[in-house]
Design a protein around this ligand. Structure first.
Ligand SMILES: Nc1ncnc2c1ncn2[C@@H]1O[C@H](COP(=O)(O)OP(=O)(O)OP(=O)(O)O)[C@@H](O)[C@H]1O
Length: 203
């Protein structure tokens, strides 16, 4: 039991719901506790990028075979290159004694549920689609096209997130300070329970 690493934490929610904001606060408050897995990609490394650090760089044939073999939690194609999160990459973070954070979409959540990673599943719920639009416009990171794509996807993501049984915890992210308090409290209580069961947590 004591050799087993901490359970990964899945954070899911539509674009603009505030996932990164919550996670950044959490990492700032607990700089030693959490980690991200290293993704795989078929794109070539850019100057300064290191294999196994920024990404695991792999050949397309290899990646396609691994995805077909069920080794990935999620994978997607952007600009002609495949990107994905492997189960092995998550285990590596776990073996290093860190809580692996997975910021993934509903499809990935369904995939991760089928693995033996036994994650803690948190859904970050926005007040409304209108609020998402306001936040994303204010963030100033999207084109009209990418904004529309994100908002179009949001209704399904919200329906999935609010379906009873899909998540262990729903955070109603209206006021960011209150949302963060709920988020932090829930995760810390979960980690304390694991610690009581003999799993080492790096506080
Ligand atoms: N509760 C909140 N109230 C108002 N604004 C918020 C709240 N939470 C986050 N924001 C703001 O909304 C914008 C979107 O938040 P954030 O980038 O954290 O979302 P995200 O879910 O990580 O989105 P993406 O999936 O696109 O990365 C940011 O500019 C952030 O400052």
């Amino acid at each position: 039991m004591s050799r087993q690493g901490p359970r990964p934490v899945v954070v899911c929610g539509p674009s603009g719901s505030g996932k990164s904001t919550l996670l950044n606060r959490l990492f700032k408050e607990y700089p030693n506790t959490f980690g991200f897995s290293v993704s795989h990609t078929t794109r070539k490394p850019r100057p300064g990028e290191e294999d196994g650090v920024h990404y695991n760089y792999v050949e397309r044939d290899h990646m396609e075979a691994a995805v077909a073999n069920g080794e990935f939690i999620e994978s997607a194609t952007f600009g002609g290159n495949i990107y994905g999160t492997s189960k092995e990459a998550v285990r590596k973070v776990q073996n290093a004694g860190k809580v692996c954070i997975l910021d993934i979409e509903p499809q990935g959540v369904e995939q991760v549920k089928k693995t033996d990673l036994n994650p803690i599943l948190i859904y970050n719920n926005p007040p409304s689609i209108e609020a998402l639009e306001q936040r994303l416009r204010k963030r100033n990171t999207e084109t009209e096209e990418s904004l529309k794509k994100r908002l179009d996807a949001a209704a399904n993501e919200i329906a999935y997130g609010l379906t009873p049984g899909n998540f262990h915890k729903i955070i109603h992210n209206v006021d960011i300070d209150e949302a963060y308090e709920q988020f932090r409290e829930y995760i810390v209580a979960e980690l304390k329970a694991q610690e009581a069961a003999g799993i080492n947590i790096c506080w």
